[in-house]
Write a new protein. Sequence first.
Length: 344
Amino acid sequence: MSDLRMIDLCSGIGGMHLAGSAAGFRTVFAADVDADARRVYEANLGLRPHGDLAGVDPRGVPGHDLAVAGMPCQPWSSAGDLGGLDDTRSHVLIHVLRILARKRPAAVLWENVAPLATADGRRPLRLLVECLRGLGYRVSWRVLRASQFGGAQMRERLFVVGSRAGKKFDFDGVRTTGPGRIGDFLNPAVDGGWLRPERYAPLPRPRVSRSGLAYSGHVHGRMRKPGGDPLVQWNHDSYYHVFSPSGIGPTITTKSNTRYLVDVGGRVRRITVDEVRSLMGFPAWFRFEGPGGVTHRQLGNSVYVPCVAAVMRAVAAQVFGVQQEPPAAPASTMARPALEGETT
């Protein structure tokens, strides 16, 4: 096992940490402004994240090989207010750049929602790329989907990789596996959350889009297009949609996953928090604190772990010459990373 070291900025509950561990990186520093997320991170991963990056002195950040940053997505996400660069949460870029300028890691990995790649005529993306180039990084970027890495959800995310040595990172070297199915992530023993039959209408057969999205029916309620064909998915608000376990579902967000409905054997139910955890690629041992609504928000804000792990394995191979084979077992069986002070 290599001893590549990484730092986890805007760390959330630890999805990047888990992905790094799966790819051979040891996390030595983390920071996040959300106190609830920091508690979950420490309880599961044994590392206490620092708070707001604005208060972090770059001189005190440990040396590292890879800096990972998942800047707040609300300025660019449809789930936020789309404030872009005018949203003060986007200013965390300044604090990340201060750390990069001081510590000069060999590589940096930046993750955010896909709209950042096209927002405002690509001005935010160009700003990020030029800032990294100004620090000596060769930069490449690509939008990847969770469904390319065994995921059963769309979840498009922008990944930006900067390397200080050698050739520019090649995203074609990231190993994909194809989509999973919602049914692969469901617990057949669940006996709650079922809707009454009169509340929904199934389609004669699921409608599967080219992306693999499998629309299976709808919950009765006000239609987005009154008088429209009720069998057409987009005539209903997203929270009225029912999805088939035979395909993939929509992106799990901070708001939608509490209303995520699946058709299981002709009956419809909500997915559970444990199933959301699985759909996000978190292992079965990962535990949460606080009410279910907080947990759903934390998972919706996180990353699809196997996707990030695949990118990090490619970074380890291309930038550091360390080969890491992807695991044969599903992410739900991922071992707990060794805590600081433990031996492996």
